[in-house]
Design a binder for this molecule. Structure first.
Ligand code: ADP
Ligand code: MG
Length: 731
């Protein structure tokens, strides 16, 4: 091993698990301590103010200034008790993660230069104007103007991190267009609430509100910090651009659900304590399939809050990992040849009366409601399968999708044998049978049987990107580094539009004199027929499925820049606009941002790969080659020619092999640089992204192939970059 690499490995080996202590014996003692929860609020705010906030949250009413002032004062008092001296609007620009600009509470008490006091007004709570010219906006806000502002989202509680009060906000342009993930998410939640509540009225008049729920499962890798520091590709791009597979990786399947290594276990506990302080209901932790890969998941919650909590946990993970001498990798595919990381989005809808709309009920009526929502969800996914794929795709997630490990780059829905049987029966029922639903014969459609059979519905298909798992859909294509909002915006909006369509059709039939149940059945029947192509319970990784999916008319596009275009088809624009979630202008602007991000990510990777190949791999390989040549000369000088030729065969062939790989790397890096230059001259973001995808990206695999071959040839002692076996197994 090279000295640098040896030192890193040695250091990693030496690290011991950090002792971690809970802030208190019971989680419930410190759970949510740093969050301005409703119950905490009630200690700082008057009943009137509390009522006004509740109204604002539930009915989307704006708060008047006096209420905002009262909330701000209460928030400040609470936050100062926890040591806060600063505040920030915490928002989600169209980059990764969250953004914040901290201001302190201080104001002059009197004349300038005199004493200061801590102040926080309703105006500062409600709105802030970060100098946001450098956040991506897709041309909506011209940079010289640089005006965007953040506005308080009262439906997600404020919290204190270190010395700062963080206030969740939306981020919009001066002209009202959203520049973030949260604003359209809130609108989509609102849209699905309206549409679903209206449909629920067919079944239960008491329903006044429908919530969108999200339970995310976050996968991640941990890498020792010392090793991480010596891999420029990990540090700059979040993934390894080079590195030969380890002799042992995940083939023994001994990592999944295995015992958690002690250093990792200490990290997990520490992270959980942090999460609990912020009211994140973390529930599950375990090893994942790949070595050094893990997962954590909370109990599901209201979507807006769940998204914020996921973003918060991602940043907490990064901090806590460092405390334990780790770096956390949230990239979707940090290592080639082993599983990547996803973020399963468990999505469901539920009423304010406590009924899960994807949960099979106890009575036939409840089950009709269940089937109604299930079938509408299928239709929504069917009609928008290209858009759903666009919602989760990115430069990083592209390495994971379609890589023969969940999930494929084609969206389909898995239902399981039981539900399929119910839908098939329904589809093939006659009009008479459907009418009989009202009499005792309603059991003939099997609907009343659903609850029992679902309980042991264990044939879960891991290869499906969108699977029904008993009381929810699990959208598995979402990437581990993603903001869950993009997937949730599309799902909720598509579901809202679909439910509206359903209601229109049913009402029309009712107005023509059909009974409500009859009308619902007929529309559902037609949907079941129409949405059939989206249902697929087979192996999503197989090549046959790709052919079959194409035949079924599902979206099979595999180029990231092209997939993104699904947002601006006439149907998508109509849907987003009619649901009041995004305007055409916003949709186009967002695509610009996505293409720009795509290009930049590939560009950075290309640079890092070029550097590594030329500055690490080639020099090391030639140094080793020169040793071999040395040896050749020595053999020649010692032995007579015939014998020397025989004895130097290996050195000769290795010298030549190295030369071929080195030359291949050199020429391909040069060509890649040229391709980049050409692409960089393109002005339109879309075309530039396409050029990066089609002309630059293909060099990555070629360069890597040769570099990884050299890793196998070159003396281990000379190799500077920590190898996969070290990155994945040293901890
Ligand atoms: P698995 O790995 O088997 O899919 P996990 O227990 O890791 O399951 O995660 C399941 C996630 O789904 C959890 O966050 C859980 O709270 C969430 N979940 C359960 N029921 C629902 C529901 N009705 N709606 C949304 N999410 C749900
Ligand atoms: Mg899951």
């Amino acid at each position: 091993m090279s000295t640098l690499r040896f030192k890193a490995v040695e250091e990693a080996f030496k690290k011991k698990a950090l002792p971690v202590e809970a802030p208190s014996k019971f989680i419930s003692d410190f759970y949510g301590k740093y969050v301005f929860t409703t119950s905490t609020m009630s200690k700082y705010l008057s009943k009137d103010v509390m009522d006004a906030i509740q109204k604002a949250v539930e009915q989307g009413e704006t708060l008047d200034r006096s209420v905002a002032d009262a909330v701000a004062a209460g928030m400040k008092n609470w936050a100062m008790k926890l040591g806060a001296t600063h505040y920030t609007h915490w928002f989600q620009p169209l980059t990764d993660g969250t953004a914040q600009k901290h201001d302190s509470f201080i104001e002059y008490a009197g004349a300038p230069g005199e004493a200061v006091i801590e102040e926080f007004s309703g105006k500062l709570l409600a709105q802030q104007e970060p100098d946001a010219s450098s956040f991506p906006n897709g041309g909506i806000r011209s940079t010289f103007e640089a005006r965007g502002y953040t506005a308080w989202d009262p439906s997600s509680p404020a919290f204190v991190i270190d010395d700062t009060l963080c206030i969740p906000t939306i981020f919009i342009s001066y002209t009202g267009e959203s520049l973030d993930f949260k604003a359209p998410l809130l609108k989509s939640i609102n849209a699905v609430n309206k549409a679903a509540t209206a449909v629920c009225q067919y079944f239960d008049k008491k329903v006044k509100r429908v919530y969108s729920y999200l339970g995310w499962e976050q996968e991640y890798f941990l890498v020792d910090e010392s090793l991480y520091a010596t891999r420029p590709d990990l540090a700059l791009t979040g993934r390894t651009l080079l590195g030969h597979e380890s002799a042992k990786n995940q083939q023994l399947e001994d990592h999944y659900f295995g015992s958690i290594p002690s250093r990792v276990s200490a990290f997990m506990k520490d992270l959980e304590f942090e999460g609990y302080k912020y009211g994140i209901p973390l529930k599950t932790r375990h090893n994942e399939v790949a070595p050094n890969q893990f997962e954590l998941a909370p109990i599901y919650g209201e979507t807006n809050l769940a998204v914020d909590q996921n973003l918060l946990i991602m940043s907490l993970m990064k901090r806590v990992a460092r405390r334990h001498g780790f770096r956390v990798l949230l990239h979707e595919k940090p290592f080639a040849g082993i599983n990547g990381s996803g973020k399963h989005n468990n999505w469901s809808l539920g009423t304010d009366t406590g009924v899960g709309l994807f949960t099979p009920g106890k009575t036939p009526e409840e089950n009709l409601q269940f089937i109604t929502f299930l079938v509408n969800a299928l239709m929504a996914v069917y009609k928008n399968n290209a858009l759903l794929k666009a919602s989760i795709i990115s430069a990083t997630n592209a390495h994971r999708l379609g890589a023969n490990e969940a999930p494929p780059a084609i969206i389909s829905a898995f239902l399981g044998t039981q539900i399929n049987a119910v839908l098939d029966k329904l589809e093939n029922s006659t009009k008479e049978e459907a009418i009989l639903m009202d009499s005792k014969k309603r059991l003939s459609l099997g609907i009343a049987h659903i609850p029992e059979v679902l309980i042991d519905n264990t044939d879960r298909n891991r290869t499906s990107p969108f699977a029904f798992t008993g009381n929810r859909f699990e959208f598995r294509a979402v990437g581990s580094s993603a903001n869950c909002s993009t997937a949730m915006i599309v799902l909720n909006t598509a579901m809202a539009a679909q439910l509206n369509d359903f209601k229109t059709k049913v009402d029309e039939k009712i107005s023509q004199g059909e009974s409500k149940q009859q009308a619902i059945f007929e529309v559902l029947k037609s949907y079941i027929k129409e949405s059939k192509p989206i249902r697929f319970d087979g192996n999503g990784y197989s090549d046959e499925w790709k052919i079959e999916a194409l035949r079924r008319g599902l979206d099979c596009e595999s180029s990231v820049p092209k997939m993104i275009k699904a947002y601006t088809t006439p149907e998508s624009i109509r849907m987003f606009e009619s649901m009041g979630v995004m305007t055409e202008k916003e949709l186009y602007a967002r695509n610009e941002v996505k293409w720009e991000m795509y290009t930049k990510k590939v560009q950075i990777e290309a640079r890092v790969l070029g550097d590594l190949a030329v500055n690490h791999v080639i020099p090391i390989a030639t140094r080793y080659q020169s040793l071999l040549l040395d040896n050749l000369y020595k053999i020649k000088s010692v032995y007579p020619e015939d014998l020397a030729n025989e004895l130097s065969r290996m050195d000769k062939s290795l010298v030549e092999e190295i030369a071929r790989h080195v030359w291949a790397i050199k020429t391909n890096v040069d060509e890649m640089i040229e391709a980049r230059k050409v692409a960089n001259r393109i002005e339109k973001e879309y075309e530039k992204a396409v050029a990066y995808h089609d002309q630059v990206l293909p060099y990555f695999d070629v360069i890597r192939y040769h570099a990884d071959k050299l890793e196998l040839i070159v003396d281990d002692e000379m190799w500077t970059l920590p190898k996969y076996r070290e990155l994945l197994f040293v901890r």
